[in-house]
Design a protein. Structure first.
Length: 319
């Protein structure tokens, strides 16, 4: 007989010795003597012959956990009761019997447990979970805006269970803010809808209480500088001094956002071809955005370049 056959037989014998019986009358001693599966092997379930449905799950990680095995509306379910080191056998048998009795009377212990779990989830816990998953993807200005909304506008709701937050509560909060700060009310509605939608996706609530809330409509600004006002505006820009004079002039020349201008680096400016390229992390639409520069804008850049002291920024900090 070859050595490989002998080795295979020995290994098979060892595995057979370690495999626990499938059913027996549970006692504390016998449960402690149960061996767990080898590393990487699937879970093993052993069943109590004293209380039908009570079993212990043995894992390759060395855990032994009481489980109630049952059928709810015809579907098999396993409900975790607790680790055998922290739950007495008598208590595990009582819990298993209670689950069986609940099912017999038409109850759904799985749904009841889920309901009890989500019942205690507060808006603050949802906010913490949402931040843990999404915070790093937000730009710093958005992070700052969300922090302000959370701290200032949601006092009193933060510790409220999400399942208890109603549409009426959300609407009252938005209306209170809208009375003095309509733009903030719009942001608050969007922020709450974001958090509650996260709660919906995680089965904490069934509906988003902020989705149908009403916030003040956005009214586009249509202020246009008249020809009589234009000379005064230009004089004010010239008198503004550095760096605001050049920043405002470039806003007028390029139509770009102030934040993009303030973050501009010389590596983004191509004076040979007259193009300023806004990188995706600074662009509102998250795309690389090329901006054509007029002759006046190019001249302004050349003037600033001549005064450059080695900084990477077109508008370095004055401090």
């Amino acid at each position: 007989m070859s050595s490989s056959v002998v080795q295979f037989g020995l290994i098979s014998s060892l595995i057979a010795i370690k495999r626990p019986p499938r059913k027996f009358a549970f006692t504390d001693t016998r449960l402690k003597e149960l061996s767990t599966p080898l590393h990487g092997a699937p879970h093993v379930y052993v069943y109590d012959t004293t209380v039908p449905g009570l079993c212990v799950r043995l894992t390759s990680g060395g855990k032994k956990v009481f489980v109630a095995a049952c059928r709810v509306h015809g579907r098999p379910r396993r409900i975790t009761l607790g680790h055998i080191d922290r739950l007495r056998l008598s208590d595990a048998r009582t819990a298993a019997l209670q689950i069986v009795a609940s099912i017999a009377s038409g109850g759904d212990p799985v749904a009841e447990r889920t309901s009890a779990r989500v019942r205690g989830v507060t808006l603050e816990q949802v906010w913490d979970d949402w931040r843990a998953r999404n915070w790093d993807r937000l730009r710093p200005p958005t992070q700052a805006a969300f922090e302000i909304l959370w701290r200032r506008e949601l006092l009193g709701l933060q510790s409220t269970p999400v399942v208890d937050i109603t549409r009426a509560q959300v609407q009252r909060r938005i209306d209170t803010v809208a009375a003095k700060r309509p733009p903030t009310a719009r942001k608050l509605k969007a922020f709450l809808a974001l958090l509650l939608e996260f709660a919906v996706r995680n089965d904490i609530v069934a509906t988003n209480a902020a989705r149908s809330a009403q916030a003040p409509a956005y009214v586009p600004r249509s202020r246009i500088v008249s020809s009589d006002e234009l000379p005064h505006l230009l004089d004010a820009i010239e008198a503004a001094g550095e760096p605001w004079r050049d920043i405002v002039r470039l806003i007028l020349m390029t139509g770009s956002r102030r934040s993009a201008l303030m973050a501009m680096q010389w590596d983004h400016v191509d004076l040979t071809h007259g193009v300023w390229t806004i990188p995706s992390q600074r662009s509102k639409n998250k795309h690389v955005t090329p901006i054509s520069l007029t002759r006046c804008a190019q001249e302004l850049f050349r003037t600033r370049l001549a005064r450059r002291a080695g900084e990477p920024w077109v508008f370095p900090s004055l401090t």
